[in-house]
Ligand binder design. Structure first.
Ligand SMILES: [Fe+2]
Length: 357
């Protein structure tokens, strides 16, 4: 039995390319913690890949599953790791900025205000693949966009806003105008109500991004922000809509991309799309910038065949890297037309349930 064998078996089972190093990273996460969601977070591999690697180890007697779903290395497992020179995952993340490289105490005030204002926010629901980021994340995101010169006095387009970034942006007093296009009626209503009450330059409209961008928003904005679903098709549609909303060169787009629902293979295909199809430069990728608050529907929406997966997360494990892209000269507007597509499910999606035969 070797690591290579496990990698091949997992690749076959998940249909997601899985390398020896991938298996090592999951094992390295496991050497650090017995909590499944912490392993997913530490290993930076698609959720189903992590689940199948743990199961492969369980079936080989390398780990036992405790009563609470804890994943515990057996003596054979310990020996296997040491024989293969696999070591516990290190963590040297800066505790002040949580690894984002952005934070000043002065931002605490905005964070506090945001918490007060959004205390009655709508909860995340499965219908639209929702899950919102922590307050610390949303405020850091505002700070990042402002620091890069893409917020103050600028027009911001927010495509999908369960994070309520528009409200944080409005509260910062920096942008000239914020337009939210959002599919969930609850959020459209909520954001408009808050904007009215607080006198923020923010307005929300119902929009399904498979529809073409409303004409009045084509070429209107300096900056867009989105948190796209992560099928390649959805990424394509989201980028098309965001870029169609921008004025032209020097304008920027911000969005998150996970490792949990997107393998590096998908990252590569997507990056090629950004560079070759959309002709933008990728200026920033900030590792684990976005931390998501655990959402209630998680365990009901994912596979239930492995006991160690059906465990309540004890940390904000779902994270994404922050991308910033910038529009170059010679930017050509793409045709603004409807784009039907599969938004949420591919074999790397959290809610994808593999057929275990
Ligand atoms: Fe820091």
């Amino acid at each position: 039995m070797d690591v290579q064998q496990i990698a091949e078996q997992v690749h076959q089972k998940t249909q997601v390319e899985t390398t020896v190093r991938d298996v090592e990273k999951v094992m390295s996460g496991l050497a650090r913690t017995s909590h499944f969601w912490e392993i997913v977070c530490a290993s930076q591999k698609p959720f189903n890949v992590v689940a199948e690697i743990v199961e492969a180890m369980r079936s080989r007697g390398l780990v036992n599953i405790g009563e609470q779903g804890d994943i515990i290395l057996t003596p054979e497992g310990e020996k296997f790791l040491s024989d293969n020179r696999i070591f516990a995952k290190k963590d040297y993340t800066c505790p002040t900025c949580e690894g984002r490289g952005i934070w000043r105490e002065a931002l605490s005030e905005l964070a506090q205000k945001f918490d007060e204002v959004t205390v009655d926010r709508p909860e995340a629901i499965l219908d639209y693949d929702q899950g919102y980021v922590t307050t610390r994340t949303v405020v850091s995101r505002i700070a990042l966009i402002a620091e890069r010169g893409d917020l103050e006095g600028k027009k911001l387009l927010v495509l999908g806003d369960d994070d309520l970034l528009s409200i944080a942006a409005g509260l910062s007093g920096l942008p000239e105008e914020v337009v939210v296009l959002e599919i969930d009626d609850r959020l459209v209503e909520y954001i408009n109500k808050k904007a009215r009450e607080l006198g923020l330059p923010v307005k929300a409209e119902k929009y399904d991004f498979r529809d073409k961008l409303p004409e009045q928003y084509v070429g209107r904005f300096d900056t867009f922000n989105t948190d796209p679903p992560e099928t390649l098709e959805a990424l394509d549609v989201c980028m098309t809509r965001g870029l169609t909303g921008l004025r032209g060169e020097g304008c920027a787009g911000y969005f998150g991309l996970t490792r949990t629902e997107s393998s590096l293979k998908k990252w590569n295909l997507f990056q090629q799309m950004l560079v070759n199809k959309f002709n933008v430069a990728i200026t920033d990728i900030i590792h684990e910038f976005n931390h998501y608050v655990n959402w209630d529907y998680l365990l009901g929406s994912i596979r239930d065949d492995y006991a160690f997966v059906q465990v309540k997360p004890r940390l904000n494990w779902y994270r994404s890297s922050m991308y910033r892209i910038e529009v170059l000269s010679g930017f050509e507007k793409r045709e603004n037309k409807p784009m039907p597509c599969e938004l949420y499910i591919d074999e790397e999606a959290l809610i994808y349930k593999p057929d275990n035969k």
